[in-house]
Design a protein around this ligand. Structure first.
Ligand SMILES: [Zn+2]
Ligand SMILES: [Zn+2]
Length: 347
């Protein structure tokens, strides 16, 4: 079968290859991939400009986001039928006995965890093997394209429901109107917040999508006075929640300036290979809580799937392009340029 393989840890040692089609082992499902998503972290993995991680074990098929139809059911698996639309969590295996696993925080397991696209073969192939324990069957009416965006959406679910507290009527400000940011937007809105999305001139088309999926207002950095606008919207107090899904020094600084006293700054990303500068007096005086959120866990998947099945979130609007798997390089280049929104590959 066709698959995009990361062959080694060398930069750009990635290519479309023909590899043997797998078959489902005990506890596994074999999915015929409908779509594999391109994440901006995939662009980093291709460049190898991320800090070294033991989680990354090439040779491996790329792609931790995606969705597929059950093609084969491994021994011992119940609750799935051939043809079901299924999205699997990134966790392929975890130790099951550490404190994190035992409380359902499998994404935090750091002992023997294997994840799709990093240490277990991912979605950028015709077929994928997934662990039935971490697989979610979707309602028959769900659109496979939107379902392919479940993984980044679950990051927003986890961050809003498990990392911070949002109260009805709060103002939440999100920097970075990409797929992750717009997942946070939809979850903060469901939690009752009025959500302001901040982008750049380059991201104006994405800000239009932000409005479509529920942003109360959008602001453009460098054109609008973001800090003054947020202060004006909040009676001078600042926002209860500022979430940075862009992760630059500039957006981080703006988030700190916009947050109210005792408010929360939630970081969804960061400049991976350099430190962030922080004026400690400013955050000390305001008693700002700075939190980080990465990845997902089964709880956030349960919620995300319920919301998608019930039509309470719009993930279809987050998909801008579908490329054939053969054109994966084009899709990655467009993702790296921050053009479009979520770009999917179709094997
Ligand atoms: Zn991702
Ligand atoms: Zn564990």
């Amino acid at each position: 079968m066709k698959a995009v393989m990361r062959r080694s840890t060398k930069a750009h040692d990635v290519g479309l290859m023909d590899i043997p089609e797998p078959s489902a082992g005990p506890g596994q499902l074999k999915l015929k991939v409908a779509y594999g998503g391109i994440c901006s972290s995939d662009a980093h993995v291709l460049e190898m400009d991320l800090p070294a991680s033991p989680r990354f074990q090439p040779p491996v098929v790329v792609g931790h986001e995606g969705v597929g139809y059950v093609a084969e059911i491994g021994p011992g698996v119940t609750g799935f039928a051939v043809g079901d639309l299924v999205a699997a969590e990134t966790t392929f295996a975890c130790c099951g006995v550490c404190e994190f696993c035992r409380r359902g925080d499998t994404g935090m397991c750091r002992s023997g965890r294997k994840s799709l696209g990093w240490s277990a073969n991912g979605y950028w192939a015709e077929y994928i093997l997934v662990n039935a324990l971490f697989s979610h069957k979707l309602a028959p009416h769900v659109n496979a394209k939107g379902a392919a965006v479940l993984e980044p959406f679950t990051c927003g679910v986890k961050s809003i429901l498990q990392r911070v507290k949002v109260n009805p009527g709060d103002i939440a400000v999100i920097w970075g109107p990409g797929p992750i940011g717009l997942g946070v937007v939809q979850m903060a809105k469901l939690a009752g917040a009025r959500v302001v999305v901040v982008g750049t001139e380059h991201s104006r088309p994405r800000l239009e999508v932000a409005k479509k999926v529920g942003a109360y207002r959008t602001l453009v950095s460098g054109v609008d006075d973001v800090v003054a606008e947020i202060k004006a919207m909040t009676g001078g107090y600042g926002a209860q929640l500022c979430s940075d899904a862009a992760g630059s020094q500039t957006t981080f600084k703006e988030a700190i300036a916009c947050v109210r006293r005792q408010g929360t700054v939630l970081m969804m990303t960061g400049p991976f290979n350099k430190p962030l500068e922080l004026h400690t007096f400013e955050v000390l005086e305001k008693e700002v809580a700075i939190l980080f959120a990465e990845g997902t866990n089964p709880h956030s998947w349960n919620t995300a799937v319920k919301l998608l099945d019930a039509g309470l979130v719009d993930l279809d609007s987050l998909v801008s392009d579908v490329f054939p798997l053969e054109q994966w390089e084009e899709g990655v280049a467009k993702t790296r340029r921050h053009e479009g929104m979520k770009i999917l590959l179709r094997p």
